[in-house]
Structures are given as structure tokens and as C-alpha cells.
Design a protein around this ligand. Sequence first.
Ligand code: UD1
Length: 268
Amino acid sequence: MFLENKIDAVIHFAGLKAVRESVKEPLKYYEGNVGITLNLLHVMQEHNCKNIIFSSSATVYGAPDKLPIKEDFLLSRPSSPYGTTKLMIEYILEDIYNADKDWKITLLRYFNPIGSEKTGLLGENPKGIPNNLMPYIVRVAIGELEYLNVFGDDYPTHDGTGVRDYIHVVDLAKGHVKALENNISGIHIYNLGTGKGYSVLDLVKTFEKVNNVRIPYKIVARRAGDIAEYYSDPSKAKQELHWETELNIEDMCRDSYNYIIKKNKINI
Ligand code: UD1
């Protein structure tokens, strides 16, 4: 790629992202996430390409002391090797900038991306039983899984279930375009989230309402390592990148369902 083209900038999305798998196979994650990033950075350096946007994650904040989460919060050791790889890559990129101030580096800390691109042609379709909430809900919606397991209803949140800052993938993608347009020398960090928290049951109810389907669920034990509640303060991205989310939780639920319906050629 670098031999055939003059590459000005890299948006580095590649990586493994299954939290539970990373606990079982940490080496796969350190090699697959940190290792490939080192290879990429070497090649970039060789070709004098010093402009990178990196897909980081809110997981680098660990369990925050207060909400909403701002970019200058102290980071803590993430609860999984997956999360640790994100933090390690952030540190590597910071060190690269410290060694050579020509680098333009943006770290985008994603909150919980869900949804699908509007035509329903591009979406999330994990292999096997999904670990994340929305991919699981859509499988229940089409009858491929019987019911959703809700991991805990005794958290200190408005309905007892875990609260997250879900963001539509299309808004997330636009955040990268803005980051690229605004990337100047330095290391810049932005939260990409909506700033609003929704519980597991909020998401289930909204999904049922906008798509007119039932999502049967059972309350089960908490999932190890889960945090009760987190959501972003996205105001830094708004001020500096002139980016803010345009799509809401209804859009996320509608587009996720649209994708799975089209993918499985289901008539509704
Ligand atoms: C995790 C990672 C995050 C990563 C994201 C997407 C951590 C701390 N978080 O987020 O970095 O970007 O996955 O890969 O490592 N839930 C259920 N039933 C289910 C599935 C989930 O009740 O079957 C609940 C969870 O308990 C949680 C919420 O739904 O409260 C969201 O879970 P999930 O979609 O897995 O994302 P996170 O764990 O927040």
C-alpha cells in the first residue's frame, strides 16, 4: 500500500474487540492489537507519514469516580486485556509524539457504537453468540435466540440495569472525518459519545417500540467486570472538531433492526 501510493494519513480501525475472548487469549490480543499497531507505525515512519487517527475506547477510563466522563480524567487499568491493548497503544502514540513533534495524532475514545448504515447494507454481524447487547437483541428480534439475558437489575441506576452511552455508527464515522480535517501537530484526545446514558431496559423498550417487535428477556446475574453506569461529556469534540451526534436512540434501534432484516432476507 505505502509502496504504491503516497499516503498522507491513516485512520487505524483494525483490531480485535471481544472482551471475553481477550481474557482467555491475551497473547492474541497483544499481538493482534499492539503488535499490528507497531508494524503500522514502523511503516508509516519509513514513508514519512506522520498523521494518524486511532480508534480507542472508553474502556481506558476504567470505573470512573464521577460522571459524565471527560478526556482529562485519570486513566486506570482496564478490566480486560482488550482494554489494556487500547491503553498501551495510546501510550505508544504519546511517546512517538514526544520523540518527534511533527506527528499529528488523534485518539478517539468510542463509547458504545451500535446501529447500522441507513441502507442496511453495512452492519455488525458477529460470529456465534454475540457478547454485546445490540447484536444480541437483534438476534432475539428475528427469533434466532429465544430471549435476552439482562445482566443484573440491582445496579444503582434508574431501573437497576447497566447504563451506557450508545452512539450511532454513522455519527461515529463522521467523527473520524472531522478528526482528519482538524488533525494538527500534537496529540489530541476526544470522547465520541452522545453524552446521554440509556439502561439495558431503556434500549429494549425503545427497540420494541420503534420496530414493533417483542424482545423477551430474563434478569440474570451481573456479568463479571461490568460497570454500573458510564456516559461521556462530548463537549470537547463539539468545540474543537465541530462535531456532534445527529442520530438518537430510536435511529440506532431502527437501523440495527433494518440491517438484520435485510441480511436475513426477512419480510416484515
Ligand atoms: C464493551 C467494552 C467496550 C467495547 C464494547 C464493544 C469494557 C469495559 N467495555 O462495552 O470497550 O467498546 O464492549 O465491543 O471492556 N448486556 C446484557 N446482556 C447481554 C449483553 C450485554 O444485559 O447479553 C448489558 C451489559 O451488562 C452492559 C450493557 O448491556 O450493561 C452493554 O454491554 P456491551 O454491549 O457488552 O458493551 P460494554 O460491556 O459496555
